[in-house]
Design a protein around this ligand. Structure first.
Ligand code: IMP
Ligand code: MG
Length: 174
């Protein structure tokens, strides 16, 4: 399978920058002690967001694997790095690139709650509500998009295109 990336962005770097600044403003109203990013896709968003917020939370990452080699979700999500987190009594903000079926953030927030966090909130850059399989909504979200597969700003298809500074759509080519 090969993938074709759109020539024009769905969301420009400038739009992302402005939206991240607005999200940061919202996040300052409820400061969290620990930001937990979901690798690999969230690495760019976490880096921009935490600097825009301007507070100084602890930053950690967990690695999720639900998408293995392309556009298909496996349904169950596994996390590595959870055991290293110190969440007890702390206000935790989960950060992911995109909320799609909802499995990743629903399962991750359940784990973090059980581990004793004082509160668990979530922030995503993108939301694809049409794809939801389990009931989950993020507390903070950047953009709601149609049912499109997207890359850039950390998001990949089969490991590629994470370094684009805007968001572009991808179509499969045979
Ligand atoms: P969920 O568990 O289905 O909500 O999936 C969330 C994860 O799926 C995200 O962290 C992404 O890594 C991946 N994902 C979902 N949609 C896309 C997309 O359009 N492009 C790239 N990755 C995606
Ligand atoms: Mg991801």
């Amino acid at each position: 399978m090969t993938y074709k990336v759109s020539g024009v962005p769905l969301i420009s770097a400038d739009e992302i920058h402005k939206r991240v600044a607005a999200l940061a403003e919202e996040l300052r109203a409820y400061p969290c002690d620990l930001y937990v990013g979901v690798l690999t896709g969230a690495f760019v968003f976490v880096a921009d967001l935490v600097r825009a917020v301007g507070t100084d939370p602890e930053i950690a990452f967990v690695k999720s694997s639900s998408y293995r080699n392309g556009c298909v979700s496996c349904g169950t999500v596994t996390f590595s790095g959870l055991e290293k987190l110190n969440v007890k009594g702390r206000r935790v903000l989960l950060i992911d690139d995109i909320l799609d079926t909802g499995h990743t953030l629903k399962e991750l927030s359940a784990h973090i709650s059980v581990m004793g966090a004082a509160s668990v909130r979530s922030c995503v850059l993108l939301d694809k509500p049409a794809r939801r399989e389990v009931a989950f909504e993020a507390d903070y979200k950047g953009f709601t998009i149609e049912n499109l597969f997207v890359v850039g700003y950390g998001l990949d298809v089969a490991g590629e295109h994470r370094a684009l500074s805007d968001i572009r759509t991808v179509t499969e080519e045979r």
